[in-house]
Ligand binder design. Structure first.
Ligand SMILES: NC(=O)c1ccc[n+]([C@@H]2O[C@H](COP(=O)([O-])OP(=O)(O)OC[C@H]3O[C@@H](n4cnc5c(N)ncnc54)[C@H](O)[C@@H]3O)[C@@H](O)[C@H]2O)c1
Length: 253
């Protein structure tokens, strides 16, 4: 999609980090932006930020784990802006850093609920709308380098991100088979300084002396990487048909 002005973007998890950076960029391109987040205060903060720059934007509180909530998000989007051209399935959580067998059932369900089902609900709800519109569309799924290589202590997170990569690849092929002008990208950032680590620390499932706090950030300890800030150009996007990088190489080319 070359022309972005006046098009409509929906970004989940846009109250913080990478999602907010995406929303800011879309607004700067003259797009109308729906800022969706489970944390309403954060969504409103992003909305105020964009409005302050003259953008047309709408904050919507949504829990992407719930299919009905994502359908309501689509309804609000169409009601406010009449169409949707770009969907960023970006909301995500890291979960608690523990060995696979130590992660509670609730911990597994929470990470799968947001990172995997959130993407599934986004695709099932918004792709039919894009196809019906018959206009150009683009689905951007935020996976991670964690969807291309495995490290210890975050296996629910890795499981969801590997799933998001393969779902994106399938979706890309399926849409290609329809001939519709709807494209797919999968975003595979390396480490970016956002609230994702802090939110894991604040999660009661981390437990006393458990979670990320006890072990610090295991990925950083393993790779010795200092993450850039969201919006600082550190996150790299990869089209679904690009070559997979080898473990240890940069996020995408
Ligand atoms: N920060 C990194 O190093 C990094 C690296 C690779 C991939 N990612 C991915 O980038 C995406 C964005 O993460 P971030 O680093 O910007 O984190 P972040 O915590 O700064 O932002 C995530 C946002 O998602 C929202 N959210 C959480 N659960 C939600 C739900 N159920 N429904 C709707 N919104 C929800 C949060 O409230 C938050 O505002 C995630 O999918 C994450 O896995 C992050």
């Amino acid at each position: 999609m070359k022309e972005l002005r006046d098009r409509v973007a929906v970004v989940t998890g846009a109250g913080s980090g990478i999602g907010r950076a995406l929303a800011e960029r879309f607004a700067a391109e003259g797009m109308r932006v729906v800022v969706a987040d489970v944390d309403e205060a954060r969504a409103r903060e992003t909305e105020a930020l964009l409005k302050g720059r003259g953008a047309r934007t709408l904050a919507v509180q949504v829990d992407v784990q719930q299919a009905a909530a994502v359908e309501a998000l689509a309804a609000r989007t169409l009601e406010a802006f009449g169409a949707v051209h770009v969907l960023c399935n970006n909301a995500g959580i890291a979960g608690v850093a523990r060995a696979s067998w130590e992660v509670s059932l609730e911990g597994w369900e929470q990470v799968l609920g947001v990172n995997l089902w959130g993407v599934v609900h986004g695709i099932r709800t918004f792709v039919p709308i894009m196809l019906q519109q018959g206009t150009e569309g683009h689905v951007v799924n935020t996976a991670s380098m964690a969807g291309l290589m495995s490290l210890p202590l975050l296996s629910p997170y890795h499981a969801t991100k590997f799933a998001v990569v393969t779902i994106s690849e399938s979706l890309h092929m399926e849409l290609g088979m329809t001939g519709a002008p709807v494209r797919v990208s999968v975003l595979c950032p390396g480490f970016v300084r956002t609230n994702i680590g802090q939110d894991s620390l604040n999660d009661p499932r981390s437990g006393p002396g458990g979670g990320v706090r006890r072990r610090r950030d295991p990925r950083r300890a393993l790779l010795g990487v200092q993450p850039p800030r969201a919006g600082g150009g550190g996150a790299a996007a990869g089209r679904v048909d690009r070559r997979r990088p080898q473990p240890g190489s940069d996020a995408a080319s």
